[in-house]
Ligand binder design. Structure first.
Ligand SMILES: [Zn+2]
Length: 215
């Protein structure tokens, strides 16, 4: 089962993607993760990506698509994959469709996790992250110590600039501008688009996702 996850920043799709990945025993593929792995392993595409990053350029879409294709062709993804944050723009959706066609695979569902903008502003602006391990915390104040770290290197919780209300509204505007056309593209190309209400507890959202996907 190949599933594309779409949703605004702060919709919780990363966490839901992990749960789904465990339940379905298929890997969760995120662009950043496969990119870092390819660079670490020094594959030809990894080296191309590294060269672009060292020049301070964005990694070209065709390099990212190549890396994505290798990840999807790997034995661990034989039964499927959850693609999290992989598709943000229409050209990326088109590119993924090409890659899947080349691999003889099909996209089973495009799952859109919906959360109203104001709820996201509230969620993210209540979030702090550890300045050492980068773990996010909800309901913990800046300046508190992270309890996930070793005592020798215990981080302090900070509020990311990205998580200030104005910055969040900007990120949401970018998401709407880029992703609304992606949803339209999938609609006109016959993808199984599924919308899930992302409000509520993680368990509630996961139950809805299961029902929507018929699991
Ligand atoms: Zn920490």
């Amino acid at each position: 089962m190949i599933i594309v996850l779409l949703g605004p920043p702060g919709a919780g799709k990363g966490t839901q993607g992990e749960h789904l990945s465990e339940e379905l025993a298929i890997p969760k593929i995120a662009t950043g993760d496969v990119l870092r792995a390819a660079v670490r392993e020094g594959t030809p595409l990894g080296l191309a990506a590294k060269a672009a990053m060292e020049r301070g350029d964005l990694v070209p879409d065709d390099v990212i698509l190549g890396i994505m294709k290798e990840a999807l062709a790997s034995p661990s993804a034989a039964r499927g994959a959850i693609l999290d944050g992989v598709i943000r723009t229409t050209p990326q959706a088109e590119g993924l469709a090409r890659v899947l066609a080349e691999l003889g695979r099909t996209l089973d569902a495009v799952l859109v996790v919906d959360v109203p903008d104001e709820a996201i502003v509230e969620r993210l602006s209540a979030r702090t992250v550890c300045d050492v391990c980068q773990r996010p915390f909800t309901g913990r104040a800046p300046g508190e110590r992270c309890d996930a770290d070793d005592h020798e290197l215990q981080g302090t919780l900070v509020r990311r600039k990205d998580d200030e209300p104005d910055a969040i509204r900007n990120r949401l505007a970018v998401y709407q501008r880029q992703t609304a056309p992606v949803i339209d593209w999938y609609r006109t190309h016959g993808a199984a688009l599924k919308f899930v209400d992302g409000m509520g507890t993680q368990d509630e959202v996961l139950t809805r996702i299961r029902t929507t996907l018929g699991l």
